[in-house]
Design a protein around this ligand. Structure first.
Ligand SMILES: Nc1ncnc2c1ncn2[C@@H]1O[C@H](COP(=O)(O)OP(=O)(O)OP(=O)(O)O)[C@@H](O)[C@H]1O
Length: 258
């Protein structure tokens, strides 16, 4: 089976600092790849290269048939790549429903002239968007608070709003940037179930960047470990949990208990 996401020799330098050093790995369709590493390992840099925020110095990133390095940041959604953010990037004073509706923007635009006069195409697109949003709110157990102002919700609910907004755009690759940061243990457990559901029921390919080792070990099919910008290991959670190089890199953190 061909890889869904293929990263080859990805290298990113900031002046004299090599934040990513010839990192290569593949993510297979419909699997969860965990990306871990101690602070400063290069995880965010890799995500920023994927999201076209940083321009790597060398290497390639292919997703399906596309060269992602030729894709502009604002076209990633159209290319099938969705993401959530480490620090929630929501419109705090808007309702849950309106926040999620924002995610439909590219998918259902009817065109400038139709939108201007609110023609039939635009009205059809609006109906479709409403249906999509309601479906996603239901799926993510947010229907009960659809009309609530986002900033009044719990942290876990806000995380689900962000996820719903990414999902209405029907991504095929989902990038999750520390989704468990700030979540309590029960929210993290729910998140794990949700990630597995997105993989198993929707067939999404997921790249999960996460510090919470219990979540990564729980949901990942495979894990890539970075340290000082280099890939030091790749394998199943069981292999990674007992890998001496990984344990060495995480000295002080108990991987086996995670
Ligand atoms: N825009 C930048 N300019 C200069 N250096 C940067 C920049 N972004 C990241 N770095 C450096 O690159 C290295 C990797 O950082 P990065 O944020 O990718 O690590 P990380 O694994 O995400 O760490 P953390 O888990 O702490 O978020 C660090 O030494 C960091 O200081």
């Amino acid at each position: 089976m061909a890889a869904h996401l293929s990263i080859r020799d990805l290298t990113c330098r900031f002046g004299g600092l090599t934040a990513l050093d010839h990192v290569s790995f593949d993510v297979m369709p419909g699997t969860v790849m965990g990306l871990i590493g101690p602070n400063g390992a290069g995880k965010s840099t890799l995500l920023n290269c994927l999201c076209r925020i940083y321009q790597p110095s060398e290497g390639s990133i292919r997703f399906e048939d596309a060269d992602l390095l030729q894709t502009r940041a604002h076209d990633l959604c159209r290319a099938g790549v969705g993401r959530t953010f480490q620090n929630l990037e929501l419109f705090g004073e808007m309702t849950v429903r309106d926040n999620v509706l924002v995610g439909c923007d590219f998918r259902l635009g009817a065109g400038f002239w139709s939108d201007l006069v609110r023609g039939p195409k635009t009205r059809r697109a609006e109906r479709q968007a409403t249906e999509l949003v309601e479906r996603e709110l239901e799926a993510l157990r947010l229907a009960h608070c659809a009309d609530s102002i986002v900033s009044t919700l719990s942290f876990g609910e806000q995380k689900r709003v962000e996820l719903a907004r990414a999902l209405v755009a029907a991504p095929r690759l989902l990038l999750l940037d520390e989704p468990a940061a700030g979540a309590n243990p029960s929210e993290t457990e729910q998140l794990g179930r949700l990630i597995r559901h997105l993989r198993d029921a929707r067939g999404l390919t997921i790249l999960l960047i996460e510090h919470d080792m219990s979540l990564v070990m729980d949901v990942s099919d495979e894990i890539v470990v970075l340290n000082h910008g280099q890939k030091i290991a790749q394998g199943t959670p069981a292999e990674i949990g007992t890998n001496p190089d990984v344990i060495e890199a995480y000295l002080g953190e108990d991987l086996e208990d995670a």
